[in-house]
Design a protein around this ligand. Sequence first.
Ligand code: AMP
Length: 454
Amino acid sequence: MHLSSKVQNFKLLPYLCRFYILYMTFKELGIIDPILKALEAKGYTYPSPIQEQSIPILLKRKDLLGCAQTGTGKTAAFAIPILQHIFNDNRNTKGQRKIKALIVTPTRELAIQIGDSFTEYGKYTGIVNTVIFGGVKQGSQTSALRRGVDVLVATPGRLLDLMDQGYISLKDVQYSVLDEADHMLDMGFIHDIRRIIAKLPTKRQSLFFSATMPTSIVKLSQKMLGNPEKVTIAPKQTTAERVEQALYFVSKKNKPKLLVHLLTRNQVDSTLVFTRTKYGADKIVKALKKVDIHSEAIHGNKSQNQRQKALLNFKEGKTKVLVATDIAARGIDVSELELVINFDLPNVAETYVHRIGRTGRAAASGIAISFCDVEEKPYLKDIQKLIAQQIKVIAEHPFLNSGDNEPAEKPKRPQRSNRPRRNNDQRSDSKKKVDPENKHKRDRRRKPFIRKRD
Ligand code: AMP
């Protein structure tokens, strides 16, 4: 039914307008049939708020500055209009496909997820995408590029690398997306991003997404965007409000025992355990194995294939416990994730919010449990200040002993040669400008500024 026929009774106008706005469908947004068919297959009828606001702007080919995080439906908000434009533009073109849309995103996991979304939403359009990221051999990526793609999803380093080698030309790009811009800057990609932007044609539609908008991001967005329309999606409830949280004070030594206790006592189908270091993640997997709990670890020292396989096993429920460092966990989108356990408290308070946001996605509510040893109490203070909440403390548990006395039990500083080889982790990723899985040392000195955000 068209709006005009709905509003013949004037008194009903405000109600009907509200109804119309609330229940706008993808079809009413003007999405073309081949994409609608794919959305229907995914069970999407109604656009999420960011989709409802962004799609009309993007279909008019305007630039967009979007303040929104993963989990809001942001990917479809940009993928659908881009697919629609390319589909309409492509109708009469023949010959080798050229890269018409470029999506730059900080991590391989996000890149793969975005590539999958383009494949799914575009499956009846004939539009071809490929994903490129570092940490794997480039052979299959360059072969896909040689065959020709319409949409390229890339992490910055590999993109520049393949551009330098002459496999990629950006001269035909008409649609560009910079995704998770704040994470890109946190990860030290600013110079790479500037170099990429410099290679893009000036006449193009640009989209820029970031969960937060500090000055550095606003400046970067101004370099990339003309006169953008702005869309801000503030989550109705912050993650910290949505997710049920609990805290266990426990000594470092007793953390593995407490973990085993919680995992065996509660029948949970999907638990994501966070550690601060790669070494710590592997250690937990070994400790769980000893008590017959199967788990897998994902972190920066695992190959891309290992990470993908572990993630798939977790999504399919074959592995019930996944142990991850913060960087590796970015982009994990497991809709049914029930429990997050912070085995180590993160030293940057915002990371806590990112971590617990892995559970309780979309409308679901989740549970986040944190272990806190005596050395982590300053981190806890920062976290509680950021989320403006006191996390509920579980006062009774079997491993309560020695929590506050822990420093007295601490072994003497090991001899130089016996010290844990923290730098090995760092060395293995030495090509990166920053290794975020190990950058907590630097962060402590720098004292992170505290922003309240989801
Ligand atoms: P994103 O923010 O793009 O990571 O999307 C978050 C989750 O929402 C993903 O699992 C999507 O598949 C899902 N999603 C995106 N748009 C819709 C929609 N309109 N209806 C239902 N689910 C959606």
